[in-house]
Design a protein around this ligand. Sequence first.
Ligand code: ADP
Ligand code: MG
Length: 319
Amino acid sequence: MSEKKKKITTIDELPGVGETTAAKLRDAGYDTLDIIAVSLPAEIAEVAGIGEGTAAKAVIAARDALEMGYETADTVLERRKNIGKITTGSKELDTLLGGGIETMNITEGFGRFGSGKSQLAFQLCVNVQLPKDKGGLEGGALFIDTESTFRPERVSQMAKTLGLDEGTVLKNITIARAHTSDHQVLLVEKATELIKEKNIKLLIIDSLMAGFRSEYVGRGQLAERQQKINKHMHELQKLAEMYNVAIYVTNQVMDRPDMMFGDPTAPVGGNVVAHASGVRMYLRRSKENRRIAKIVDSPHLAEGECVFTVTENGIGDAE
Ligand code: ADP
Ligand code: MG
């Protein structure tokens, strides 16, 4: 035991990973220890064409190298005490969400066009900047816009309603326009510096699947698409936990003609997105400016519904 093990710094040095395997991993985008450490052995086994046992060893070695191994429950509890919540602007919706949109987690808002997904995103960009006793986190927002629907004028209007300085509020929101799904993935991968530099406490992707959905159209491309999304979601989860950031992603719905009863819509992205989103919220239009939010299969929130409003003032409650 006298010989000190050399510290692993690149994926080539992982046990069971030779030159060929490393090349395959790189080609598939698994090019850093970070991403290997948060991946599933089965995922690594498949892309690299190695056995699951070998893949598991590589994953564990990557975790060890990054010193993210075992921890006791009290440490986890301690870390989770830092979870912050951002008010949505609606008391009803905050209650439904267990206090607001939380950090260290991914919250997904899915629904049809005009259901209020983007309006909620804008409101959160403003609210995250509020003092803690007003439901904010005194931090900035990073907005990845994939549909060119970000509207600073609307954000200004919301800031004014809250009595905040519009210029300051807009300065604390960094916008990145993603042109393709690859670009979107890259923007998230490069977000680390920005998050630290600008005290980002909220990351938005509006919308998560639009790019992927339009680019990967054939049935034959589905596996590749899901693999990329899986990695993207892992990356988002990692950012959320490492930097205590709240992540809100919007998602589209697809019609399910096979469903004869109930609401025949489902969020896009399949199991990969379903598993990665800690909180899934289905948004739909109701009378006038009312919207209905429904929590769908969340591990720690009760299934339930509430009504909130979208008015000129932003997100609020019905009278
Ligand atoms: P999506 O779910 O497609 O992202 P949005 O969040 O953009 O939908 O919601 C758009 C809807 O929000 C509009 O149809 C309108 O009902 C409401 N809305 C947007 N801006 C305003 C405003 N300034 N005043 C009142 N309602 C607004
Ligand atoms: Mg939208």
